[in-house]
Design a protein. Structure first.
Length: 196
């Protein structure tokens, strides 16, 4: 098992004067794919209707995607390419609704790690809302069976509404059904003009 980058921009490993073409741009240059666009669905086998994962290079799977006007601009800083603006982090459950972040902020989406990096103040809000305890050995928040059952019984949920940046959208992320970056959504990533 391994991984490969989907960012269409070149990478620099030594100096900024010696860029290495990306995997995607190499495929396009060799006419293996028609564009630098890709469609992605993480999939899940644990909730809702057990959606299968999908990755389409050079386009998107039209059977999984419904066009809408939701777009997010890629970050101009190539080291933080997939950055989204999080409007708020909201907790909801049987005990009511509660904001977990005091203000909007930008966050880098890194698909190579299965967790989020958040400010300490936001982590403390998560601790309070979900009854979490930080484990100094693993440097993670761990959820045991007892806490997991309690959170399920309380219908505890967290949402991350995304804020769109204003301005010219030349590169964008589009997601169907308003569920941006969820396991069930088919998300379209494009650094080129998107045509229906």
């Amino acid at each position: 098992m391994g991984m490969f980058g989907l960012k269409p921009a070149s990478s620099n490993f030594s100096t900024f004067n010696d860029p290495v073409p990306s995997y995607m741009s190499s495929l396009k240059t060799q006419n293996k794919i028609p564009s630098l666009t890709y469609g992605y669905t993480a999939g899940n086998q644990y909730r809702f209707n057990k959606v299968l994962g999908s990755l389409t290079l050079g386009g998107y799977d039209a059977s999984l995607f419904e066009f809408n006007e939701v777009t997010y601009t890629f970050n101009a800083d190539s080291s933080f390419y997939l950055t989204v603006n999080i409007d708020a982090i909201m907790f909801s459950g049987d005990s009511g609704n509660k904001p977990l972040s005091p203000e909007p902020f930008s966050a880098c989406v890194d698909s190579t790690v299965p967790y989020l990096y958040l400010r300490i103040s936001v982590c403390e809000q998560f601790e309070d809302a979900f009854g979490l305890t930080y484990d100094n050995v693993s440097e993670l928040y761990l959820v045991n069976d007892t806490l997991h059952s309690k959170l399920l019984a309380e219908s505890a949920n967290v949402t991350f509404p995304l804020r769109m940046r204003l301005g010219k959208l030349e590169s964008s992320i589009r997601s169907d059904s308003g569920m941006a970056l969820s396991p069930e959504s088919h998300t379209l990533f494009s650094s080129e003009k998107i045509c229906k």
